[in-house]
Design a protein around this ligand. Structure first.
Ligand SMILES: [Zn+2]
Ligand SMILES: [Zn+2]
Length: 112
């Protein structure tokens, strides 16, 4: 599609959609914002906490697949995107790439 990705300036980040392999589903600015926020997570991480939000980092909600309208999430450990795969009764997911436990963004859960 576009030719302006040739210089590969984001080599450390994989911004290809994990669902349709397109390169305009993931929002790069959201990825950068998320990574800068999640960087601080280890400072308040508490393995013994009652709250899962203190035990595990929250996945990055980094875009929506333009072809399938599914949400695209980013793992803060391996920094690879994956298709959202939350189950309603669960508050965490495991990264399909590296297996890390991650919290689901609150907006995807129902409280009722
Ligand atoms: Zn896509
Ligand atoms: Zn991962």
């Amino acid at each position: 599609m576009s030719e302006n990705n040739k210089n590969n300036k984001n080599r450390e980040l994989e911004l290809i959609c994990p669902i349709c392999k397109g390169n305009d589903c993931i929002i790069e600015s959201v990825v950068k914002l998320y990574l800068s926020m999640v960087e601080k997570f280890p400072k308040y991480q508490d393995e013994n906490s009652e709250s899962i939000y203190q035990k595990y980092p929250t996945v990055g909600d980094i875009g929506e697949c333009k072809k399938t309208f599914k949400r695209i999430w980013l793992c803060p450990y391996c920094k690879r995107p994956f298709e959202s795969n939350y189950a309603l009764e669960k508050a965490t997911v495991n990264c399909p790439n590296c297996g890390s436990t991650l919290c689901i963004p609150v907006s995807h859960r129902t409280f009722c």
